[in-house]
Design a protein around this ligand. Structure first.
Ligand SMILES: [Zn+2]
Ligand SMILES: [Zn+2]
Length: 423
């Protein structure tokens, strides 16, 4: 698959961005392309389990997104499977000689974010911006294209071992990897590589691994009180929004830890019914992160204490749910160095580094934990995309020239040769 076609695929996924667990069109196109290459595919219930997923999209939402997918070119049968059973896809390709089983994670989900509409934003200027309130603002459109291109290259079977490409839903929010692991997606993987574009690195710079991936817990808290007339009988109300707002401020006031980096964010807070009604309901989503998994757990327990305390203070009930999460990850030096050596050989020393700090979280760490726990190796490879706007920003974009770089380096890694071809 040549670079132009890889970029065409990326633009198509970008234009039809789909958020967590609703990657119905994306999944359908991945399956169709893989089948066209004669590759064995696991999908739907064979690739993920939906029963343990918190806040899985309801049937009406999936049906609406299925319709949107079919209208924009998805195969109806494939879209029905993705909507009904789940959007994860696993491509399994056997090499023609013995070797390790590799797992390559490519995430597919976009964000619920409205894309920039100004002409300085390249996807808008070139007509492939998404106009439906979703946006690929993290580069996962590129990751999906990378996975397909890699499968196409390796469909000649000229490599040792086996390659399993994991097309993962719902990386944002940290829910998709666990759902795939529950279906056995990590079983038997000896070497695991996740790939991420962008991350503020210069375009085309390849890092063999990353440091500082943060453990995280995502939470949802629902406060319930009692509605009342705001003027006639305010004393009969129990104000859920005041409780949630108190919780918000006090979560953000929790102390930092000396032993590790921590992060806290309250991302959303919605509540109340009308200007003249004491609010009886409020819903908050929030997250804690740390470079130390135990400190992340401890900080999250403190957050939950604040959430409950605010409820008690205002005589409310609160339901707290952990909706997702991921852990820390230590990249194995053997894989880090192998990737950096390939990049240095292909593009020169100035385009290759061993480790770069990441400053985010990714549930690829859960795949890595499975693989490393069973004695295998794992890394999280970065390819700079020269992005000017930060990730998760309406103007986020990547230099598309970085996408084929990721494919070339991964191909060489999996073929086990510096230039990607059998000697
Ligand atoms: Zn992201
Ligand atoms: Zn991402």
């Amino acid at each position: 698959m040549d670079p132009d076609e890889i970029i065409r695929l990326r633009r198509d996924f970008h234009r039809h961005a789909e958020p967590a667990f609703l990657e119905i069109r994306t999944s359908s196109i991945v399956v169709a392309r893989l089948r066209g290459l004669g590759i064995e595919v696991r999908r739907g219930a064979e690739a993920m389990r939906t029963d343990g997923v918190a806040r899985y999209p309801d049937a009406a939402t999936r049906e609406r997104m299925r319709g949107r997918a079919v209208e924009s070119g998805a195969d109806p049968d494939l879209a029905a499977c993705a909507a009904g059973e789940g959007t994860a896809v696993i491509a399994e390709i056997a090499g023609d000689r013995p070797g390790p089983t590799w797992g390559v994670r490519c995430d597919m989900d976009a964000l619920p974010l409205t894309e920039a509409t100004d002409e300085d934003h390249r996807p808008t200027a070139l007509g492939f911006a998404c106009q439906d309130g979703f946006m690929h603002a993290c580069g996962h459109d590129g990751h999906t294209a990378i996975g397909i291109a890699l499968a196409a290259r390796l469909s000649d079977h000229d490599f040792p071992g086996r390659v399993r490409i994991l097309f993962q839903p719902a990386e944002e929010g940290g829910r998709g990897a666990a759902a795939m692991i529950a279906a056995g997606a990590a079983d038997g993987i000896d070497r695991f590589v996740a790939v991420h574009l962008g991350l503020g690195l210069p375009s085309g710079l390849v890092a063999g691994g990353c440091e500082g991936l943060l453990a995280t817990h995502k939470l949802r808290a629902v406060y319930r009180g009692e509605a009342a007339h705001a003027s006639g009988t305010p004393e009969r109300g129990r104000n859920a929004l005041v409780g949630a707002a108190s919780a918000l401020l006090n979560v953000m006031a929790l102390p930092r830890y000396a032993a590790a980096d921590t992060r806290l964010n309250v991302g959303t807070l919605h509540g109340g019914d009308n200007v003249n009604i004491v609010p009886s309901y409020a819903e908050m989503t929030l997250e804690a992160r740390s470079t130390d998994a135990d400190i992340c757990d401890a900080l999250t327990a403190r957050v939950e204490g604040v959430l409950r305390g605010a409820a008690a203070m205002h005589d409310l009930t609160v339901e707290i749910e952990r909706t997702g999460g991921s852990t820390t990850m230590t990249c194995d030096r053997q894989l880090v160095d192998a990737i950096a050596a390939i990049a240095a050989e292909k593009y020169g020393d100035g385009r290759a580094v061993a480790l770069r700090p990441l400053g985010g979280s990714d549930d690829a760490s859960l795949f890595a934990r499975e693989v490393q726990g069973a004695g295998g190796l794992a890394t999280y490879m970065l390819v700079g995309g020269g992005n000017r706007a930060p990730h998760h920003h309406p103007s986020f974009d990547i230099d598309e020239a970085s996408i084929p770089v990721a494919v070339d380096v991964l191909e060489a890694l999996l073929r086990g040769t510096p230039n990607g071809r059998t000697q």
